[in-house]
Design a protein around this ligand. Structure first.
Ligand code: SF4
Ligand code: MSK
Length: 673
């Protein structure tokens, strides 16, 4: 029987996406959604039971006890497939970090046109972690030494990568005992590939230990370096007003959408778009100016620092082009669909690739070079402006939502305590008292196999009702933004009483946008600071916190999930498990699932599980949070104890006549009684 095709409403919960999917249907244009309907996933490959590592295969293991031609068992094959995915994810993040470190070096030497050290305070703080002398030295001197140290982390052969020292002491000890302290970022990634070559490491447990080491080299290495350097060069994010969804595109302006992950070029495009030269050039072409917006994590990078609007998340890259109003989509690395070029042929949109690592057949390539970044950014914008005259019919959904992104861990620290006593104490206290039941980091991608944004937003809303503070990154953060959950007041009517009090008292949204997918390291830092503040245990695995990636799809997500588990977190992924096997056909196929769950929990205190049902996901999250609360001896979560204090109560009181207000506050009789 042919598989039922989904409707636009079944494809996405987002009205803007639905409108564009209807347009796609009318124009007879396919998208990732329709291709997902047409392409049934291979049930052997998706369960991790296919090996194509050597030319004797591919070997598909579907029968009880069967092995590959070399004798590899399903457990070995699953572990090998998983570590290879983690290594690819770690490589993607870490190569991003390496490029950022080289840009820092060039900027410090005055060789990077348009770049300078914008956040000297962060530079000095980061340098301090590594005992780099800061007193009496210029920012450029400090940056030069830091860049050298960071560049060295990638090729280091022996010892331990330096940023590891920023993890809680007890956690570092766990890693030392397990022998998983990463020596060098590249070394661990290369070894993951070596170990999984035909005829190498065949012991699933042994392979998975190296998976942990590889992921740690990402989370506490390459990714952390990427975040640090981005902040130093472009500024540490702080709350700023932004907008999200396709309605940010403008009918009377040249629309340039930047898509991918690296902030180096997109920041320069932002700067170039604001120069009189480019504004005049756009006006001469008949437009009112240039409207920049972003997709995926490039969107997050420029949204949280510059307030540049986000046109959407991963599954909206095609839909933004479908508006007919995009003159150019400028892409760098990661999460760029090959379908963009063919799709753009139906409209006038130019797809412009910019990274020396990423080319798409049929796209225009304008290679980025940090030494001439501003000039290149202007050339890209001029290409887009020249294309404005070629626009055909347009349809921009009138759907957009305000949001406040930019909650770096530095800002959270400041907002909790103020300028003179910045501290995580109020957050720890709120968790300890039960006002905040726990913390959920809801991160990751979209996946057209499930309804776009549904799992993200459903799980997020349920967490808020349960007084769980939510922090988000990546495409999940953009999903919440589109729903209005990243606004102070807007989200609060959907929030439990205790969390609401905290949000009102501090003046924060109930969902904190913490950046792009490479910025999940900010979450590690928050967890570390919570531990260091005291009262919630002495290691990350004791904090009542859970990580969730309900709509994951990328290999980077697997690396992120694994480094969070290694750091002590319970991590739940939605969708299908890449190591599920087929228990009805292969008897021992749950070995790897067990190793990454109970096995890793025993070794690291964190575990990785795949739970497709969102209600089960929520149940498991709350149970874990409550279990951790109980282990810390904290009071049982009870929402009835909260909701009667704080600003909300004050607002209610202010609405009363004076005599009643006094009566309510001081217990006095109401005048006239
Ligand atoms: Fe088959 Fe073994 Fe080659 Fe994998 S490594 S393809 S299981 S023969
Ligand atoms: S962009 S990795 S779809 S979060 Fe970072 Fe979004 Fe996932 Fe790409």
């Amino acid at each position: 029987m042919a598989k039922k095709k989904r409707t636009p409403q079944e494809f996405s919960t987002d009205p803007a996406a639905q409108e564009m999917l209807i347009r796609a249907e009318e124009l007879g244009i396919g998208t990732a959604f329709t291709r997902a309907d047409d392409m049934a996933p291979c049930n052997i490959g998706s369960a991790g039971m296919c090996c194509k590592i050597c030319g004797m295969g591919p070997c598909r293991l579907t029968k009880d006890g069967s092995t590959g031609i070399c004798g590899a068992t399903i457990d070995t094959i699953q572990a090998r497939n998983l570590i290879r995915a983690i290594a690819a994810g770690a490589a993607a993040h870490s190569d991003h970090g390496r490029d950022m470190a080289f840009t820092l070096k060039a900027a410090a030497n005055g060789e990077a046109e348009g770049y300078y050290i914008r956040d000297v305070a962060k530079l000095r703080t980061v340098a301090g972690y590594y005992d780099i002398e800061v007193e009496g030295r210029s920012p450029e001197e400090i940056a030069n030494e830091l860049a050298d140290l960071y560049i060295a982390q990638f090729g280091q052969q022996k010892g331990v990568i330096a940023p590891i020292r920023r993890a809680p002491k007890k956690r570092q000890k766990v890693w030392e005992e397990q022998g998983v302290l990463p020596r060098g970022v590249d070394r661990e990634t290369v070894e993951a590939l070596h170990r999984t070559h035909i005829g190498d490491d065949q012991d699933p447990e042994h392979i998975l230990q190296h998976a942990i080491k590889t992921a740690l080299a990402d989370g506490w290495g390459g990714s952390l370096i990427a975040t640090d350097v981005s902040d130093i060069l472009f500024g540490t994010p702080a709350p700023i007003l932004g907008q999200a969804n396709l309605g940010v595109l403008k009918a009377d302006m040249v629309n340039v959408v930047v898509h991918g992950h690296e902030p180096t070029l997109s920041e320069m495009i932002v700067a170039a778009s604001q120069t009189p030269e480019i504004i005049e050039y756009a006006k001469a072409a008949g437009a009112k100016g240039v409207q920049l917006s972003g997709i995926c994590c490039t969107a997050n990078e420029i949204l949280m620092r510059q307030g540049i609007p986000a046109a959407g998340n991963f599954l909206q890259q095609e839909l933004s082009i479908m508006t007919g109003a995009v003159e150019a989509m400028v892409v760098d690395v990661q999460c760029i669909m090959q379908a963009l070029v063919g799709l753009a042929e139906n409209f006038h949109t130019k797809i412009i690739t910019t990274s020396p690592k990423v080319k798409l057949k049929g796209a225009t390539h304008i290679q980025f070079d940090e030494h001439h970044a501003l000039t290149i950014a202007k050339n890209i914008l001029k290409e887009a402006i020249d294309n404005y005259k070629n626009r055909g019919s347009i349809q921009i959904p009138d759907v957009r939502e305000d949001l406040i992104p930019g909650f770096s861990h530095e800002y959270i620290n400041y907002m909790l305590g103020g300028s003179y006593r910045s501290s995580f104490r109020p957050l720890n206290d709120a968790i300890m008292s039960g006002r905040i039941r726990g913390v959920a980091a809801i991160v990751g991608c979209n996946n057209p196999r499930s309804q776009h944004d549904y799992l993200h937003t459903y799980v997020t809303k349920e967490m808020l009702k349960q007084d769980v503070l939510v922090v988000e990154t990546g495409c999940g953060a953009i999903a919440s933004a589109k729903l209005g959950l990243l606004l102070g007041e807007a989200g609060l009517d959907q929030v439990g009483p205790g969390l609401k009090e905290v949000c009102e008292a501090i003046g924060i949204p109930p969902v904190l946008h913490m950046g792009s997918c490479v910025d999940n390291t900010r979450i590690l830092t928050v967890l570390t600071q919570i531990v260091e503040e005291g009262g919630l245990g002495d290691d990350i695995d004791q904090v009542p916190a859970v990580g969730l990636a309900p709509e994951w799809m990328s290999e980077k997500a697997l690396s992120i999930g694994t480094y969070c588990v290694a750091s002590g977190a319970y991590v739940i992924f939605g969708g299908t498990s890449p190591v599920s096997g087929m228990p009805d056909k292969v008897s021992d196929s749950d070995l790897v699932s067990g190793l990454i769950s109970e096995g890793w929990e025993e070794l690291y205190g964190g575990k990785l599980e795949f739970i497709a049902d969102p209600d089960e996901m929520i149940k498991a999250t709350l149970e874990h949070i409550d279990k951790k609360r109980a282990a810390l001896g904290l009071p049982e979560y009870d929402p009835k104890r909260f909701g009667e204090s704080g600003d909300a109560r004050m607002l209610e009181l202010e609405a009363l006549p004076l005599s009643e207000r006094k009566a309510a506050i001081y217990g006095l009789p109401v005048a006239g009684d």
